[in-house]
Design a protein around this ligand. Structure first.
Ligand code: SF4
Length: 358
């Protein structure tokens, strides 16, 4: 290993605040330095979270979307997808069932679908919280400050809104009709409302390079994110980016590991997309700095329809089988499923504990 790379990993263990140039350097390990990078990220993860892995059950309640992101199979102009929407009672029932099989956090996720008014979603959140003891993350895209405020008041604890890329030019190319500034505004609003904020990016996007990836990692730090979702870009033939190659597991793991070095206290999922590219992808992620897994809790008949990218794993599994399987995966690498809500350590420090039954 190069002495400079070894020094940089030692600095990470000592809590260094890296510059962009240093992050670029960390993102370019030589072959014989990769294991040391992953092991360092894993040591930092262990020092913060111990051997516990947090599970977040994902409820994909609508695959309608009014946006046209170039990489996404849910985009409005994709006619090769069967659309569905769940009614409020169904969402509440699925949420309650997920809690009954052991989930303490749920992510209510959809495309940007204005069918679900803020009032309707507030009602769903309240009904879930009245019925079961669970932390709720929303992943429903861009809304106004007042909407976010009402949803928080109704009991939403966390919000996931990935930036996908922090590079303005690339963001503009990938998101027709959307504004970089508004995306940032959403994240700042959510922080100001004391949500735990989840952001993130994709690795292997066309026109991306090591410099833009380093900027993403610094961006996560500047945003003071509580959770960072990092997944590979997976090319979907039903989108305008269908002719581009997918990202790789190796590249994604490097970004994941360096993100842990730069953002020691964040919750980092080993994503389903990583598991879709490699049958051991999630295990590899968990051993390269990740501490969260996000299994699907939807009934089987809906799972295949939420097709952001092709070849998604676990689309034929029943939720209880998925839950069992994921616990086996976690135990197989010597880790345990956490029985808590999995708050971010930053959030706990801010005194932002999950507000139950609100
Ligand atoms: S990435 Fe999100 S906002 Fe964009 S098309 Fe897909 S579901 Fe819609």
């Amino acid at each position: 290993m190069r002495a400079e790379y070894d020094d940089m990993l030692k600095k990470a263990l000592n809590g260094a605040r890296f510059t962009k140039e240093e992050v670029i350097f960390l993102l370019k390990p030589e072959k014989d330095e990769m294991d040391a990078l992953f092991q360092t990220a894993d040591r930092i993860r262990k020092a913060v979270f111990g051997d516990y892995v947090h599970l977040r059950g994902i409820v994909e309640f609508s695959n309608f979307c009014e946006r046209n992101c170039l990489y996404c199979g849910l985009r409005k102009n994709n006619r090769n997808i069967t659309r569905y929407r769940l009614m409020p009672e169904e969402i509440v029932d699925i949420a309650a069932y997920a809690v009954s099989i052991g989930y303490k956090t749920l992510v209510l996720q959809s495309g940007e679908d204005s069918f679900y008014t803020t009032g309707l979603l507030c009602d769903v959140i309240k009904r879930i919280k009245e019925r079961v003891d669970v932390a709720i993350t929303l992943s429903i895209g861009e809304r106004d400050f007042e909407d976010y405020r009402l949803l928080r008041e109704a009991g939403a604890d966390r919000y996931l809104i990935k930036q996908e890329t922090s590079n303005r030019e690339l963001y503009r190319k990938l998101h027709p009709g959307m504004s970089y500034e508004n995306r940032i505004r959403c994240q700042k609003d959510l922080k100001s409302l004391r949500y735990e904020l989840g952001t993130g990016n994709m690795v292997g996007l066309p026109w991306q390079n090591v410099e833009t990836l380093a900027e993403d990692i610094i961006f996560f730090r500047e945003m003071d994110a509580d959770m960072i979702g990092i997944g590979p870009f997976i090319s979907n033939p039903n989108t305008p980016l269908g002719r581009f190659p997918s990202g790789t597991v190796e590249e994604t793991l490097k970004v994941l590991a360096v993100t842990r070095l730069v953002n020691p206290l964040v919750n980092l999922p080993a994503t389903t997309a990583l598991g879709s590219l490699d049958s051991f992808g999630r295990q590899k992620g968990l051993m390269a700095g990740a501490n969260v897994v996000m299994p699907n809790v939807m009934p089987v008949n809906y799972r295949r329809l939420y097709e952001i990218y092709p070849s998604k794993i676990c689309t034929g599994e029943r939720p209880e089988a998925c839950r069992h399987c994921i616990e086996g995966i976690i135990n197989s690498i010597g880790r345990k499923v956490s029985t808590g809500y999995g708050e971010s350590p930053k959030s706990l420090r801010r005194g932002n504990a999950v507000c139950m039954m609100s």
